[in-house]
Unconditional design. Sequence first.
Length: 69
Amino acid sequence: MVDWAPILLGLMLFVLLSPGLLFQIPGNTRHVEFGSFTTNGKAILVHTLIFFGIFTILILAFGIHIHTG
């Protein structure tokens, strides 16, 4: 059996945490910008750390598994 949880959660978090799509921390002109569709290097680093933290908590701490077959 294949565990699909890391793949599906990673894809979902990648889309939701893309800098500038829903929000951006830090923004170009403010600390938090919503729906700006722009990004910068600091925002990419912050969103990467947020992604890693949430992904690690969901997969390792909560032990989420999705099995098929």
